[in-house]
Structure formats: structure tokens, C-alpha cells
Design a protein around this ligand. Structure first.
Ligand code: PLP
Length: 413
């Protein structure tokens, strides 16, 4: 895998905006999303509900909406962002857990597809918002792991999410008795999965459950949501997912299990975030200090509030030094947080670095800015869209100390 930066050091200078910032390549996002949707165009009713949690910026979501994507929301603010973009009704899939009553009420009011995380939530939903016409359940396969998949979201048996198989059957029956007319089935068992086979086998898992539900309850499921989790290459030796292979594998199973059993109207949907925007975001940051003690440190003006993945998962994010090439030196690339794990890279061989150099960290378009926080009073950076003509448009300003202190009343001290 080669990691190229779609802008130059001169462009960054011309943009003349303070570092650090996150920038998303609009053209690349659109091209990738189109290819993704095309790969699954054979699938009845195919839709990707973009996982808002991956990059909760309404300007990005607006771009995806124009291509036909909906949103996958896990909270009230994510529902609100979707609404602001004009995404409502069944264009939204609401997959939350430990859901507060007011979020059920809001989701029902705007007509989102409500995906319940637990059998006890049927009662919570009914009491708080009333039963909808369409309902979906999240399935946790427990010990029935997806074949060939080793990149699960933890061990399903240890995961807090979803219904057991028995609960699914019971839950669909309960909802049918309560007058629900339409039903969906969802799972999310993989994360950043690069193996085509395990993505294909997620579909098998759900198709088989669809058949079992029909047999045991008479309910014909309207759609399966295969979740998100399609992976992207983070490391130099990671191989991109061959989407066509995944699509063909799922189609083969669809024909064998679904069409052959006479339920060929079954829709297939997904809720990928990372695969859609991840590779097209860049964290642009400047070297503030160099420090030489027992190791050589590059002190950035960004910190782990801009991307905590390296700190919490030990994740590798490739880094380029703009305008420099070659392997000069081994560095730890650090932020300014009072946490020793505030490191973008450890023992990374990079070109010889000096104060003022611009470093660009890749795969910043999903689960990076979004996971930001304010520890140490660090302020979140601005977000920009890289336009086709090489200019940038601000799509979120940087936080200020006024934003940070907005919840405090200093006058009462
Ligand atoms: C329920 C659910 N759906 C979708 C996603 C999106 O995952 P990804 O961005 O890896 O596709 C997540 C990620 O945490 C999730 O928890």
C-alpha cells in the first residue's frame, strides 16, 4: 500500500490556516463512494447508512446524501445532524444501546428505522414512543462466530450488544402481536476487517437467521443490515479489500439461500463509515519542538485529541513529511498532552525532521476527529474540505476557550 498526500507543502502555505487541522478530499470521497455503491448495485434495495460516528460533520454527510446514502445514528445528536442535512425517515437507521427514552421518542418522531439492542427495549420503546410499523433487531451470534473472521468486535459472547438467537425469535413474535408489520435484522460483528471471506460470511450468518425466523415465526424479514466494519489499509503491507470479491461472494450466498427459498425481495443494507471516508482524511500538523533525550522526539502542535487511535489501540497511521523523502532517522512523534501515550508514532523512521516541518497523518477520515476530547483543556482542531481545484473550504472551525468554558459560570465563583 502506498500512501500519497493529495496536496503539497506549497498548497498548505497558500491555504494559510493555522495548524493542526483535518482535511478531507472531496473528490476522492465521492469517487470511492460511487465505486462502493456500484459494487453492490445488484443487491435489492442496497443502501449504505453512513455511520455518523465515523466523521460527524454535516458537510461530509451532505456529500454522501447526494450519492444516495442514509445515516446510521447511535445517539440524539447524530439524529439531529442527519436531520440538519435533510436526512429523515427510513433514510436513518437508529442503532443505539442502553437507549434513553427520549432518544426513542425522537427517533420515532422523525420516522427513523429503530434497531433495538435488547429484547427488554421492546417494552421501553412501546412505553416511551409507541410501537413503530417497522422494527429491526441487532443480532449477537455469541459462540456462532463468523467463519474465517478473526477481526471481531471482541468475542461476541463478551460483547454487550444485541439479542441472542432465542431472543430474536421471541422478540419478533412479541412485536408481531403488538401490530408491527415490517421487520429488519442487523448485526455488526467485524471491525476494520480486511478479509473478504469474513465479510461474506457475515452475510451468510444473517441469511441463515432470516430463514430460521421465517420458519419459526412466519415473519418474512424485509432487510438485513450487515453492519459496517469493512476495513481500510492502515499499514504499508495491508492489502485493500477487493470489494468486487465481497459483492460476488454475498451474491452467490443470496442466490443459494435467499432466492432459492423464495424470499428474493430481501433487501441488503450496510452501515460502513471507515471504508467510505477513512482513507480520504488527513491530519495536517506542524513540528513545534525537537527533543533529544534517551530517544529522539518530534513534538507536534497536534495531540492525541486529534487522533487517539494510536494511543488506545496501538494503531499505525502512516505519516509523511511534506516536501521531504527518504529514511533519515527514527523518531517518536508526540503531542503535547500530559500522557506518555500521546504519541502518533513510536520508533518511526522518517526523513530528517526540523522545527516547522509539516507532517501529514493518513487515514484521518474516520474515527479520529470524531473521538476527540478536551482532556488537559486541549481544543479540537478545525476541519476543511479539499476541493477539486486544490483550495480548501472550512467545514468546522477550531474550538476556542470560550467553547470550552461555555458550560461554566465563572461569575458565581
Ligand atoms: C453499530 C455500528 N455500526 C457501524 C459502525 C461503523 O463502523 P466502520 O466505521 O468501521 O464501518 C460502528 C462502529 O463502531 C458500529 O458500532
Amino acid at each position: 500500500m502506498e500512501f500519497n498526500v493529495p496536496f503539497t507543502k506549497d498548497q498548505v502555505k497558500e491555504w494559510n490556516v493555522p495548524t493542526p487541522f483535518h482535511v478531507y478530499d472531496e473528490k476522492a470521497i465521492v469517487e470511492n463512494a460511487k465505486k462502493f455503491l456500484e459494487a453492490f448495485s445488484w443487491a435489492p434495495g442496497f443502501k449504505n447508512y453512513y455511520a455518523v460516528k465515523a466523521c460527524p460533520n454535516p458537510y461530509i454527510i451532505k456529500i454522501l446524501k447526494a450519492l444516495g446514502m442514509g445515516t446510521d445514528c447511535s445517539s440524539l445528536p447524530e439524529l439531529m445532524i442527519s436531520e440538519k442535512v435533510g436526512i429523515t425517515g427510513e433514510e436513518i437507521m437508529f442503532t443505539s444501546n442502553d437507549t434513553p427514552a427520549e432518544e426513542f421518542v425522537y427517533a420515532k418522531k422523525i420516522g427513523a428505522i429503530i434497531n433495538l439492542d435488547d429484547i427488554s427495549h421492546i417494552e421501553s420503546l412501546e412505553k416511551s414512543a409507541g410501537m413503530p410499523e417497522l422494527i429491526c433487531f441487532r443480532y449477537n451470534p455469541g459462540p456462532l462466530k463468523v467463519t474465517g473472521c478473526d477481526n471481531v468486535i471482541g468475542n461476541p459472547e463478551d460483547a454487550k450488544y444485541g439479542f441472542t438467537k432465542e431472543q430474536l425469535i421471541e422478540g419478533y413474535n412479541i412485536c408481531k402481536e403488538k401490530g408491527v408489520k415490517r421487520f429488519g435484522l442487523h448485526t455488526m460483528v467485524v471491525s476494520n476487517e480486511l478479509k473478504e471471506e469474513s465479510l461474506i460470511q457475515t452475510a451468510r450468518l444473517l441469511f441463515e437467521v432470516v430463514l430460521e425466523i421465517k420458519e419459526k415465526t412466519g415473519i418474512v424479514i424485509e432487510f438485513v443490515n450487515l453492519g459496517g466494519g469493512i476495513g481500510i489499509p492502515y499499514k504499508l503491507d495491508d492489502k485493500p479489500v477487493a470489494l468486487q470479491k465481497v459483492s460476488e461472494g454475498i451474491k452467490k450466498l443470496y442466490d443459494e439461500l435467499i432466492v432459492a427459498n423464495g424470499i428474493d425481495g430481501l433487501k441488503i443494507v450496510m452501515e460502513n463509515g471507515r471504508f467510505i471516508t477513512g482513507p480520504y482524511g488527513y491530519l495536517v500538523m506542524k513540528v513545534r519542538h525537537m527533543k533529544h533525550i534517551y530517544k529522539d522526539y518530534v513534538g507536534m502542535d497536534a495531540c492525541m485529541t486529534d487522533n487517539m487511535r494510536p494511543a488506545i489501540y496501538g494503531a499505525y497511521h502512516h505519516i509523511n513529511v511534506l516536501g521531504k523523502e527518504g529514511n533519515g532517522h527514527k523518531y517518536d512523534v508526540t503531542g503535547s498532552l500530559c500522557e506518555n501515550n500521546d504519541k502518533f508514532a513510536i520508533d518511526r523512521v522518517l526523513p530528517e525532521i526540523e522545527v516547522g516541518d509539516i507532517l501529514v497523518q493518513h487515514n484521518d477520515g474516520a474515527h479520529t476527529y470524531a473521538m476527540g476530547f478536551n482532556y488537559n483543556g486541549k481544543l479540537r482542531s478545525a476541519e476543511y474540505l479539499l476541493k477539486e481545484d486544490g483550495s480548501i473550504e472550512q467545514i468546522r472551525r477550531a474550538e476556542t476557550t470560550d467553547d470550552l468554558f461555555a458550560t461554566l459560570d465563572f461569575s458565581k465563583l
